[in-house]
Design a protein around this ligand. Structure first.
Ligand code: PLP
Length: 461
């Protein structure tokens, strides 16, 4: 008799623990008020379950900590660098590997090499720092997500895809020579952590080759993306994740990565490319702000932690747990009648606050109101992706609503257990019963750019 288990368990045991920050309801009321209803102003030690981001918040493994202890801190030519370089070469197949302190540094360097006024950067969706760096170089960043990406109800398997019809139309209208780069963000962070299919990547790659446009992958969550391909694209259902990853990278000319995501590192990143085309200029730029080419702003121990993490993340037991546990939260919330963005993404669940709190006026931040309620009720920290983050200013001091009004619950890697997730679901079900009483917010003070980090708010009377 062969047994077959339905349950997926955390594929690790816990060796080092960190206490959670318990607070009382009364304490949280006070903390929230003092933070002007902006959770970026709260001390992390006052948060019980921190779902603000999956960036730099992973738990490292025994192997990573061992590598950290034995790392080489030499300024030039450190052993840790060669470990980092050979690992990324092996995974991506690219020749030129440039370490950086985090993803946005890779973006800044890349755009300083290829950017400039009047040039376009096109993408399935630029992540916000990618867009900001492209635009800071004088470029115009244009997104071509597929239409179904903005439909929160349909269960399409690859909502992260690029609309290749619109992309080609754009090439013909604006001229391929004006498009400096095409960036595929995998998974697509801005639009719910949704994956990009191999089929789509192949088609984008074919277009880029035809029109001689360099193609880069923003690969912060490459392993999660590869696992979705394996799950959802028949042809790849038996292929090892490692091979899927290799094929993904082979379709592009280069990649940039924030190692704070799928490398389980607390800091770091890289810029990598097939050949020397831009690498020399990029390295000259690197030394100005990041450091020598064999450390790029990182300590030797960071380089080693990343190298080990990049291999660990492709472990299929880990990826199965990762994708299933995110889905578990999504399913639990749906059962508690919480409207979420479907299907669940790789690194988090997005709650549709507009639908959940229809009695709160658009101008009174339904998503941020829910973020505050989550903290007040259960000490949970989430992030608003809506008016506060993306709203546009009308020049008269008013914010105009953005397209989305979501609350993102990002899940740090290997940090919380199923009982923590059950607790989050319980908090949501209690909030659901009380949702009619949740009040909106109004702005006391807000800067015109990157409003969400520093805005001050207060509840409506
Ligand atoms: C996080 C992230 C970045 C930026 O990386 P940092 O390490 O935060 O600078 C770029 N692209 C994507 C898709 C990301 O998720």
């Amino acid at each position: 008799m062969k047994y077959k288990w339905r349950n997926i368990i955390e594929p690790f045991k816990i060796k080092t623990v960190e206490p959670l920050g318990f607070t009382t309801y009364e304490e949280r009321e006070k903390i929230l008020k003092e933070a002007f209803y902006n959770l970026f102003n709260i001390r992390a030690e006052h948060v019980l379950i921190d779902l603000l981001t999956d960036s730099g918040t992973s738990a490292m493994s025994v192997a990573q900590w061992s590598a950290i202890m034995s790392a080489d801190e030499s300024y030039a030519g450190a052993r840790s660098y060669y470990h980092f370089e050979s690992t990324i070469k092996e995974i991506t197949g690219y020749e030129e590997i440039i370490p950086v302190h985090q993803g946005r540094a890779a973006e800044r360097i890349l755009f300083s090499v290829i950017g400039g006024k009047g040039k376009y950067s096109v993408s399935n969706s630029h992540f916000d720092t990618t867009r900001a760096n492209a635009e800071a170089s004088g470029m115009v960043a244009v997104d071509f997500p597929v239409k179904e990406a903005m439909d929160f109800e349909t269960e399409a398997p690859f909502k992260g895809n690029m609309d290749t019809y619109e992309f080609e139309k754009f090439i013909k209208e604006r001229g391929a020579e004006n498009i400096s780069i095409c960036i595929i963000t995998a998974t697509n962070n801005t639009l719910g952590g949704q994956p990009v299919s191999m089929k789509n990547l192949k088609e984008v790659s074919r277009l880029c080759k035809t029109y001689k446009i360099p193609l880069f992958i923003d690969c912060a969550r490459f392993a999660e993306n590869a696992y979705f391909i394996r799950l959802r694209e028949e042809e790849y259902s038996k292929k090892p994740v490692k091979e899927i990853v290799k094929q993904m990278f082979s379709l592009a000319d280069g990649a940039m990565m924030s190692a704070k995501k799928d490398a389980f590192a607390n800091i770091g990143g890289f810029l990598a490319m097939k050949n020397d085309g831009w690498a020399q200029t990029a390295r000259q730029n690197l030394i100005l702000t990041e450091g020598f080419r064999t450390y790029g702003g990182l300590a030797g121990r960071d380089l080693d932690a990343i190298a080990v993490g990049l291999k660990e993340v492709m472990d299929e037991r880990y990826l199965e747990y990762r994708i299933k546990s995110t889905e578990y939260l999504g399913r639990g919330l749906k059962n508690a009648r919480i409207p979420i963005v479907n299907p669940p993404g790789g690194h988090g669940i997005y709650v549709n606050a507009r639908k959940f709190l229809p009695h709160i006026n658009e101008n009174n931040f339904p998503a941020q109101s829910l973020v505050c309620e989550l903290y007040l009720a259960g000490g949970i920290r989430a992030v608003e992706i809506g008016m506060l983050m993306f709203g546009k200013w009308d020049g008269k001091g008013n914010i105009l609503p953005g397209e989305m009004e979501l609350v993102r619950l990002a899940i740090p890697r290997r940090v919380y257990t199923q009982s923590h997730v059950d607790y989050v679901i319980e908090v949501f079900s209690e909030i659901e019963k009380n949702r009619g009483n949740i009040k909106g917010l109004e702005v006391i003070e807000a800067p015109p750019v990157l409003t969400h980090f520093t805005a001050k708010l207060k509840p409506l009377d």
